[in-house]
Design a protein around this ligand. Sequence first.
Ligand code: SF4
Length: 240
Amino acid sequence: MNLHNAGSTECLLDYHGNGDAEDVLRWALDKFHPRIAIACSLQHAVLVAMAVKIRPDVRVFSIDTGRLPEETYECARDIEQRYGIRIEWHFPRREEVERIMRAGGPFSFRESLEARRECCAIRKVEPLKRALPGLDAWITGIRRDQTTTRSSADKVEIDRGHGGIIKVNPLADWSHEQIRTYAEENAAPYNKLFEKGYTSIGCASCTRAIEPGQDPRAGRWWWEQPEHKECGLHVANWQI
Ligand code: SF4
């Protein structure tokens, strides 16, 4: 199915946008499976837990940047065992990782915003660009309360930054507390770094625990300004 332009608009027109998370997920899976997949950041398995009730064979993919915390790989293992699925992994291009490591060393991303964005572009954004072309839609766990750049996210939108495919954000209006409650009530795996003061989890070298009262995203790229705290996966106009 070609969802670019007119096709995408039709999809949006038959979605009646006020559904709760499970309604949105059911609509998306009914309409697009198997050409739809959950992009799992391995912070928690709430979306996977919901989706397997609708489609036990739901597709889940993740990006291994090469710098993930041990707890994130453990979360991936727990999700696979709990739901009997295999995560579809995507990886950065070896040549590009070698190039930035040789040129700038292992922590070049701390030296400037440009260097950090280059690292995220190579390790995250480019692998995502290779993960999406076989899909008509992708499902993310982004929430409006996470960053200023996500505050206007719709539950179903056209992702113009990725060729106009459909992007489904069932948890857009959820809070961190709702995530925690759902995970507990449904015995859904979650990243154990949450028990160590982390509130948002990415690469090990760019994520740390926060102090009580700090913004939940304060532990991500803590040396940068809040408006820059995006890796590029959810920013439409980033290019590589
Ligand atoms: S989060 Fe840090 S280590 Fe990971 S891709 Fe971005 S800059 Fe590189």
